[in-house]
Write a protein that binds this ligand. Structure first.
Ligand SMILES: [Zn+2]
Length: 365
């Protein structure tokens, strides 16, 4: 008899996120892809999908959490990679058609970050279903200010419960989107123009995210509109639960977790693993967040490039609030190998796990 798999694979995509989740019957599991990493590490994603037989390169869901290049660029290449032939039954992405539907009031003009427009064009061009299961919310993947958290059943028996973004995050993104596109001389939702621009760029270079989180060395201080608009959620499968934090703001995650805890009738949400937000930036974690969850395993996706993630403060906070926790790194690099030394994190310490084990978490039965 074949067992059930539940595998979370944080692919090695440099400083970005590209997470392949497989669950269900091990002979033919359901698949969810969360982000595509930056352009220069696309080969890692291509290799992972290329290992599947050509007729099995189908995903139940693709989530593009937000528009920063270390998350979206690999998806832009993937959707043009006809030879690879990956297909998606559904895509979750908050692009211009969704942002436009929100009543922005003060937004004077209509304009978006080019990558978001490129993805809009690619989805449109392939006739791809997009945010289909959020039609009742103006097509936006978002959490309403009140009421139960949005939950969606996935094929194969998994459930996703959304924690981020909230409408206010998308409204802030909308304003940023307008400004960034204006700077680029583009019009939002003009797929022909987006196609022309995209076609002119043979390659994507990973660029520094536009956030300014290092202006202040403070826990939970991320103010980036793009990060704040991240799609973050918990995924439940057969009694196992994993939090995928994208690059979301910790206040939004914590508020969502509180609502989830209320719904479950518990003080802390029990989790089997947490993919830490924003590659372990201290600007996307704080003690309050850790107080709302009951977990002893953390996943980190980064090679430390550009921003030297994870911040040491983050690991020290984990050692203090979740003593003895397992911290799984998908790279052994300058910013992660320091945690291998006994006593590197005082107090209860942490248990650092490196690739290959650190990359692939198997929660299957
Ligand atoms: Zn990121």
């Amino acid at each position: 008899m074949s067992g059930h798999v539940f595998v979370v694979n944080c692919l090695p995509v440099g400083h970005g996120d590209c997470i392949l989740v497989e669950y269900g019957d091990q002979r033919n599991p359901a698949r969810v892809l969360i982000d595509g990493g930056p352009a220069r590490s696309y080969q890692a994603l291509r290799d992972a999908i290329g290992e599947l037989p050509p007729d099995r390169r189908r995903f139940d869901l693709l989530v593009v959490t937000h528009i920063d290049t270390d998350h979206i660029d690999g998806v832009l290449i993937l959707l043009q990679d006809e030879e690879l032939g990956a297909e998606f039954d559904d895509v979750w992405f908050n692009g211009w058609p969704q942002l436009k539907s929100l009543s922005a009031g003060r937004a004077r003009d209509v304009f978006a970050p080019p990558q978001g427009e490129f993805l809009g064009h690619l989805l449109h061009a392939r006739g791809q279903a997009w945010n289909r299961s959020f039609a009742a919310d103006r097509g936006c993947v978002m959490v309403a200010d009140r009421g139960p958290l949005p939950a969606r059943e996935l094929p194969g028996g998994a459930t996703i419960t959304l924690l981020s973004p909230r409408e206010e995050n998308l409204l802030k993104l909308r304003r940023t989107w307008v400004e960034a596109l204006r700077d680029a001389g583009m019009r939002p939702g003009d797929w022909d123009q987006a196609k022309a621009r995209l076609d002119a760029r043979a390659e994507y270079r990973p660029r520094a995210p536009r956030d300014d989180v290092y202006a202040t060395r403070k826990f939970g201080s991320d103010t980036s509109a793009a990060n704040g608009a991240s799609i973050a959620f918990v995924l439940d499968y057969r009694g196992r639960r994993v939090l995928f934090g994208a690059d979301a703001h910790v206040s939004v995650l914590t508020e969502g977790l509180r609502r989830l805890a209320d719904g479950l009738g518990v003080l802390r949400v029990p989790l089997d693993a947490v993919k830490l937000s924003h590659h372990g930036s201290m600007a996307n974690i704080d003690g309050t967040f850790l107080d709302t969850i009951d977990v002893s395993r953390f996943l980190l996706s980064t090679n430390g490039a550009y921003f030297r993630h994870p911040d040491p403060e983050t690991i020290l906070l984990l050692a203090e609030r979740a003593p003895g926790a397992e911290v799984r790194f998908n790279y052994r690099c300058r910013t992660t190998e320091v945690w291998e030394r006994p006593g590197a994190a005082p107090g209860g310490g942490i248990r650092a796990v490196y690739p290959p084990e650190g990359q692939v978490l198997d929660l299957g039965s």
